[in-house]
Design a protein around this ligand. Sequence first.
Ligand code: IPD
Ligand code: CA
Ligand code: CA
Length: 261
Amino acid sequence: MDIFDSDILFEKAVCIVKNAGCILLEQTLASRISQKGKTDFVTAVDVKVQDEIKKELYKLNSQIQFMGEEQDNTDIDTKRPVWILDPVDGTTNLIHGFCNSAVSLALADDNRVIFGIVYNPFSNEIFTAKSGEGALCNDRSIHVSYAESLSESLCSVGSNPSKRQCADEAFERMRRLYDRCHDIRRIGAASIELCYVACGRLDAYLEHELKPWDFAAGKLIVEEAGGIVTDFNGNDPLLNENSSDIAASSGLIHSELLSVI
Ligand code: IPD
Ligand code: CA
Ligand code: CA
């Protein structure tokens, strides 16, 4: 027997994410910073948003597991229903007042995402997708671009600041891509970059070693908008605690993209 009605959960989760998303705009909280690593930060906003969303999701259904960036997730079984939350994707942006950060929430079961929500309160854009039902931005249907080759593409490349040991490889990859496309962009929030692929503002996006909370919601949004998301070898990235290299594109250019990286 199902333990939830995903349509009802979706409607409620959108409200929860929007309410908590407003906390990202509170500058005093964003200035309360601690460091998880040399270039890996957490602010009082990350903690407050995660606490608030976790509490509200638990009230909706106490049987669904909760995976969140700001907690230990070792006991999560991704074969069973699980919320996957990044309370603030783009914390470094938040700290610097570079207004591109989002709340990213997905509901997954049996290692597949059922719906995804990415809310950027700075642009007041909410990107959503339900599996098999298409993708939306602020309730309007969105579609990936129709670019047929990298030579007509605008591409975004993530530099994953907490994996600096991979920097040489990442920047060489970026250079190879740059040589083939119109230009390179970098927003600094994986979930937003994925949503920009979904709505055609970008044709492709790459980043090494992302966590499920960075990409789970955005991946479904890209796929429901007609695009493709794989790891760098063309495989489906896993939703467990491990990291995955992510390549997202409008689809027609995906094999060319993988051949360049
Ligand atoms: C980070 C952002 C950033 C990406 C990093 C992520 P965080 O997430 O998505 O764009 O380069 O790899 O870790 O730490 O701001 O939630
Ligand atoms: Ca993140
Ligand atoms: Ca985060």
